[in-house]
Design a protein around this ligand. Structure first.
Ligand code: ADP
Length: 229
């Protein structure tokens, strides 16, 4: 079963593709941002504690996010056999602590999906989302700040996971079906999804979805996920 981390700058599609992965695998989708927004909306103690950070586009403290997410991950894995973690970990201390915790409880991550898109595309997607969903951290100034926070705090995780051989880098600057076809192929190749002989392609999809793929599966397949994280 997949125990996957979605790693991407704001707007690159970790929510969209994370939900799709859940639909394909049955592993629970756990969105750090959704959980925090729900706490803020409820006006809980945690919500009051994190509201100022999320509104500014700053990361909430590592301890707090870990306290909230660790039980959610354990529960998800118990209920569904895996997890799709959207938005966590996001700092090196979070990643190291998550790896230690995952190792201790036998729930180490076995895949990290790193989604990319050009910065101006990210900004324009987030501004569109602001019109649809009215998220208060989707203003231009806060979007720019969140992108800067990603570059400083989260981007270092890419090399960390790449060196563990569990990272797939995918451009999302192309149709969703192409991204998902590549995701499926990679997960199948790692034994994380049952191999389908007959992919259901949308009616208007190109027959050869692999054209123009910008993927980097960084280590050979025989790198053992069991040794990871
Ligand atoms: P996006 O990736 O679009 O910026 P998310 O919904 O994933 O949005 O996160 C929204 C906000 O929640 C972040 O800007 C941050 O304030 C907080 N947050 C989410 N995940 C984490 C995390 N792992 N660590 C610290 N803060 C987080």
């Amino acid at each position: 079963m997949v125990r996957v981390i979605m790693l991407s700058p704001p707007g690159a599609g970790k929510g969209t593709h994370g939900k799709w992965l859940t639909s394909q695998t049955g592993a629970a989708h756990i969105s750090a941002g959704d959980i925090l927004r729900a706490e803020v909306a409820r006006g809980s103690d945690v919500g009051r504690e994190v509201a100022a950070y999320t509104a500014r586009g700053d990361l909430v403290p590592d301890d707090l996010i870990f306290r909230i997410l660790a039980p959610a991950v354990v529960a998800a894995a118990r209920d569904t056999g895996g997890y799709v973690l959207d938005g966590f970990p996001r700092t090196m201390p979070q990643a190291l602590r998550a790896a230690e915790f995952g190792h201790d409880v036998g729930l180490a991550s076995n895949a990290v999906i790193y989604l990319t898109a050009p910065e101006e595309e990210l900004v324009s997607r987030l501004l569109d989302r602001a019109e649809r969903d009215g998220r208060d951290d989707d203003s231009l100034a806060v979007i720019r700040h969140r992108l800067a926070v990603f570059a400083k705090e989260t981007a270092p995780l890419v090399d960390y996971y790449r060196s563990r051989g569990i990272l797939l880098e995918l451009s999302t600057d192309r149709p969703e079906e192409e991204v998902q076809a590549d995701l499926r192929d990679w997960l199948e190749s790692r034994g994380l999804l049952p191999v389908t002989t007959n992919h259901v392609a949308p009616a208007d999809a190109e027959p050869n979805h692999a054209a123009g793929v910008a993927t980097t599966s960084t280590l050979p397949r025989d790198d053992q996920p069991a040794n990871l994280a």
